[in-house]
Design a protein around this ligand. Structure first.
Ligand code: GLU
Length: 475
């Protein structure tokens, strides 16, 4: 049986954006599902637009998404010798030819064709003159592929069905520029042939390149791969997602606190479905993915859904595993976590309330560090003379606890509420502000338990001191 081989072939002109990541995921899943191979090929023939930074970011993003490769990364820029060898053979066999037409001639030809209402295309003049001509040439010239002149190119797109193009619509494509550099459509074919790619899965923006590529494959006597063109992703304003939009680079999602599992699950559903199923583990994706179920129409990016999935994975993946990703965000916040809850425990506390790991890291400081200031509006509202009464009572009770368990703290809050005949909610708010400095936190008994007894006691005392000082200053 034929060994399935797919590739992801990005041009390194910007970050790996979501559309590219989804293409990579589909090609990876298809290979993994069928026990095939997946390779990475960097298409860096456009020297002006390709950057090392983009290459690094593509590789970093693929690693982060855990889209492992079996070969590569290959670089087109390192394969020029091979491309030129193929061009040399094509010149010999007459499937390619030198073209010496000047810019001026091409311009005139084009203008005439347009004036006649024809589609502008090269007229093949040099084919007749320079077929089989492989001498070194003095004048600058390009090499053109001799496209079949008649008939159709038909290919069966695995997403869209049969697609056909008339050869009369296609002219003789330049495959090597006058500066000696091979062109994009040609390099792709040589690579897909040399790398034994069986399935080309890529964006629909390449559909127009496919007939040209198919004809070059045929001219080389090479097997033509199967094609699957995946539709566009539109942003929330129905515009095409763009590579140059840094905000949608994959690593930006890491920085914003997403888990790779959430992004992969989000991407797999963006243009592919399996019944009504929304949650897919990586293993399920590998088993259930098919090219036939990819949608023909474009998909719209929905950040709410991505956030929902991220929250789901934060709370359902093993906390120890999530902690390995959270650690990086905590580090970004400069929080020293040695004296507070372990990260898996922190995830259990804050995970249900947060949609991203960044949010957990940004709201957890009070578990680890003392705070010396409270927002003035919060202080005015919750650290007032009545709060002092509540805090005095609860402080006394908490001090007496011999066991610092969530349940014991809970019972203490209840007893204080009963004793003062004040709602539990009204007890908890000043207590929360005293202990955390903020108005939102996980349930009070869990928060106090995670912070620890002595720290809670000290913080309540600080709050009481503050209230007294504040009252005195007012007088
Ligand atoms: N290098 C092309 C791109 O980044 C992809 C070419 C292909 O997959 O054939 O859009």
């Amino acid at each position: 049986m034929m060994k399935i081989k797919t590739r992801f072939a990005p041009s390194p002109t910007g970050y790996l954006h979501l559309g590219g990541a989804r293409t990579a995921l589909y090609a990876w899943l298809f290979a993994r599902k069928l026990g095939g191979e997946f390779i990475l090929r960097i298409e860096d023939t456009d020297f002006k637009r390709s950057t090392q930074q983009a290459i690094d970011s593509i590789i970093e993003s693929m690693n982060w998404l855990k889209l492992d490769i079996d070969e590569g990364p290959y670089f087109q820029s390192k394969r020029f010798k091979r491309y030129n060898m193929v061009i040399h053979d094509m010149l010999l066999t007459g499937t390619a030819y030198y073209c010496f037409c000047s810019k001026e001639r091409l311009y005139e030809l084009r203008s005439e064709q347009i004036a006649k209402g024809e589609k502008p295309r090269y007229d093949g003049r040099c084919y007749k003159r320079y077929k089989h001509h492989i001498e070194d040439k003095k004048n600058p010239c390009v090499v053109r592929f001799r496209n079949p002149q008649h008939g159709k190119v038909i290919f069966n797109d695995l997403v869209r069905g049969s697609i056909e193009f008339d050869n009369e619509e296609l002219d003789d494509l330049i495959i090597r520029r006058s500066d000696g550099s091979p062109t994009y459509n040609f390099c792709v074919v040589v690579d897909d042939f040399d790398m034994a790619i069986t399935h080309v899965i890529r964006g629909e923006d390449h559909i127009n390149n496919t007939p040209r590529q198919v004809s070059i494959f045929k001219a080389l006597g090479a097997p033509v791969p199967s094609y699957a063109h995946v539709s566009m992703i539109l942003d929330e304003n129905e515009h095409k997602l763009s590579k140059r939009n840094g905000a949608v680079g994959v690593m930006q999602y890491r920085d914003d606190g997403f888990l790779p599992e959430a992004l992969l699950n989000y991407l797999v559903r963006l243009g592919w479905s399996y019944g009504n199923k929304e949650i897919f583990t990586i293993e399920e994706m590998k088993t259930l993915f098919t090219l036939e179920s990819i949608s023909k129409s474009s998909s719209t990016f929905n950040s709410e859904k991505l956030l929902w999935l991220n929250n789901y994975y934060i709370n359902t993946l093993e906390a120890g595993y999530v902690a390995t990703y959270l650690a990086w965000h905590i580090e970004q916040q400069g929080i020293d976590i040695r004296s507070g809850p372990k990260l898996p425990d922190l995830i259990k506390l804050l995970g249900p309330r947060c949609k991203t790991l960044k949010e957990i890291a940004a709201t957890c400081r009070y578990f680890y560090e003392e705070f010396h200031e409270v927002d003035i509006h919060i202080a005015k509202k919750y650290l007032c003379p009545l709060s002092a009464v509540i805090l005095e009572v609860i402080l006394m009770k908490l001090k007496l606890l011999t066991e610092w368990t969530p349940n014991m703290v809970h019972v203490t809050i209840q007893e204080t509420s009963k004793k003062l005949n004040i709602d539990i909610g009204k007890i908890c708010m000043p207590l929360r502000v005293a202990i955390t400095g903020v108005t939102h936190s996980p349930p009070m008994h869990l928060t106090a338990h995670a912070i620890g007894k002595s720290r809670c006691i000290d913080r309540i005392i600080n709050a009481l001191t503050f209230i007294k000082y504040y009252e005195k200053e007012k007088i």
